[in-house]
Design a protein around this ligand. Structure first.
Ligand SMILES: C[S@@+](CC[C@H](N)C(=O)[O-])C[C@H]1O[C@@H](n2cnc3c(N)ncnc32)[C@H](O)[C@@H]1O
Length: 239
């Protein structure tokens, strides 16, 4: 019997992998090292996967890594800017991962293809920055955000979105854009307290800076009171 060997994923990559549906065919766009698709096929969760990158160097590394795990025959490698230069439908892709990039780049990658609007196709998006911008884009452009889950990587807290296109454009309030529409609904979100403390600290710094600069502070004050209310409702003390 073949001995299974899996790459060790950190918590962020494990969360991303856990959002892929069992039996599905994931496309990991901007795969870099290729560890997520290797993990998914070698663990038996997915029969096949697609790994893409805009740069040949990371794609070669992903290919080499896949070979070392014996996964290269289950992964299709594509040199591609986003999903532009391969046919995800022909490869049977069901779940599209775009992770570890800025929120604006992720939005531009999904905005450049209609494939992500195919009914039943799941998007798994994990931005490293510009989270409110990506959130606003998804809701406005007709994506139904099914889940937002927090995770830790190093000393940072990140958000992972799971979404599906339904064509319904939604407008978020300022607080929803900043914090997420259903913040706190994820009972198991062990990082919610820390996320709220960090968000409140950032808002206080911004608020102070704007006060000193004689700029309006209503937005920061409203957001800060929203953060405090959510924390209070969850029994956290964010002072
Ligand atoms: C920081 S790495 C993230 C790797 C991995 N997805 C993760 O979450 O750990 C970003 C990767 O995205 C690739 N990339 C950047 N822009 C891209 C695009 N438009 N299309 C495909 N890949 C892209 C880069 O070459 C790089 O390998």
């Amino acid at each position: 019997m073949k001995k299974i060997r899996l790459p060790v994923l950190d918590e962020r990559m494990l969360l991303i992998a856990s959002q892929v549906r069992e039996g599905g065919i994931p496309a990991d766009v901007g795969t870099d090292h290729g560890y997520v698709p290797i993990y998914l096929v070698e663990s038996g969760l997915c029969p096949r996967a697609v790994a893409t990158d805009i740069n040949s160097k990371p794609l070669d590394i992903a290919r080499t890594n896949a070979k070392s795990y014996g996964a290269d025959d289950k992964i299709t490698f594509c040199l591609s800017d986003g999903l532009r230069e391969f046919d995800p439908a022909a490869l049977g892709v069901t779940d599209v991962i775009v992770a570890g990039m800025g929120g604006e780049l992720i939005a531009s990658i999904i905005g450049a293809t209609d494939f992500v609007k195919t009914p039943g196709v799941r998007l798994i998006l994990q931005p490293m920055s510009s989270v409110p911008e990506l959130r606003g884009y998804l809701y406005e452009m007709g994506y139904d955000v099914k889940r937002e889950k927090l995770c830790r990587a190093g000393d940072k807290i990140y958000t992972c979105f799971t979404a599906e296109y339904d064509g319904v454009s939604r407008t978020l309030t300022d607080a929803e854009l900043c914090l997420g529409r259903d913040i706190g609904s994820e009972e198991s979100d062990e990082y919610l307290n820390e996320f709220l403390v960090r968000t409140a600290t950032k808002l206080r710094v911004r608020l102070e800076g704007r006060r000193r600069g004689g700029l309006p502070t209503e937005r920061e004050e409203a957001l800060l009171s929203e953060v405090s209310a959510i924390a209070k409702a969850r029994g956290f003390d964010i002072k």
